[in-house]
Design a protein around this ligand. Sequence first.
Ligand SMILES: Nc1ncnc2c1ncn2[C@@H]1O[C@H](COP(=O)(O)OP(=O)(O)O)[C@@H](O)[C@H]1O
Ligand SMILES: [Mg+2]
Length: 256
Amino acid sequence: MQSAPPTILCRGVTKRYDLGARSVEALRGVDLEIAGAGFFAIMGSSGSGKSTLMHLVAGLDRPTSGEVTVAGARVDRMSEAELTRYRRRQIGIVFQHFNLLPSMTALDNVMLPALLDGMPRAASERRARELLDELGVGARADHRPDALSGGEQQRVAIARALFFAPPVILADEPTGNLDSAAATRLFALLTGIARTHRTLLLMVTHEPAAAAHCERVIVLRDGTVAGAFDTTTPEQGKLDAGSLALRAQELARPTR
Ligand SMILES: Nc1ncnc2c1ncn2[C@@H]1O[C@H](COP(=O)(O)OP(=O)(O)O)[C@@H](O)[C@H]1O
Ligand SMILES: [Mg+2]
């Protein structure tokens, strides 16, 4: 199903929120290039623009200026109809709060975007069951979200995100509502997914231990990219969570 190369390219991206007399510059000129499958982290203090950037890449909102190109397509220029299709087919989104429909079973939650897209029920169900099995929640397919643990709900949400084999998956604090054991299992799962599905997985996190699972960390500060570094360095090898936190904090520190 997958065709477009997994890439995210931002050029001079700004985002201003106008709130009556006041306005907030959430992004002030983001330049960012991530090319190829892998697991990448975005870090930065609260309010640095992480979620705003994810929303623009996801096509949930439009930049005030600048270019957002994902898998070769200019997301900032898409019509509403193109954005709907883009969000369904080209991007998978995983949220902190899972965002599953409470009245539907796990299986129906995973199938829903496909049914909305006109895919026949039998084929949708086959694909959904295959993904739920792969994520280790096949036995929970007929349960509604409130009968599932947080970790299980997030696996169902990931199965839904993977349905159309999108080149890019975005996750905004995906383990924010999980205990640390469930979070650790989820990171192992996400690492495996980036590899086996050849997906570009971009995760917002404020936890160094989470970012340590990624191969590269991009740090935002005041709505711009303050810097980026690989989590494996020639000098230190694989950075542990402590060293990673130090590097991220150095970049995130206000310069004013
Ligand atoms: N929908 C919105 N309306 C107004 N201001 C917003 C909105 N979303 C975010 N902001 C503001 O933009 C800035 C960046 O927010 P956000 O992208 O959520 O940061 P982060 O995810 O890094 O904490 C903050 O000052 C925030 O208050
Ligand atoms: Mg946020």
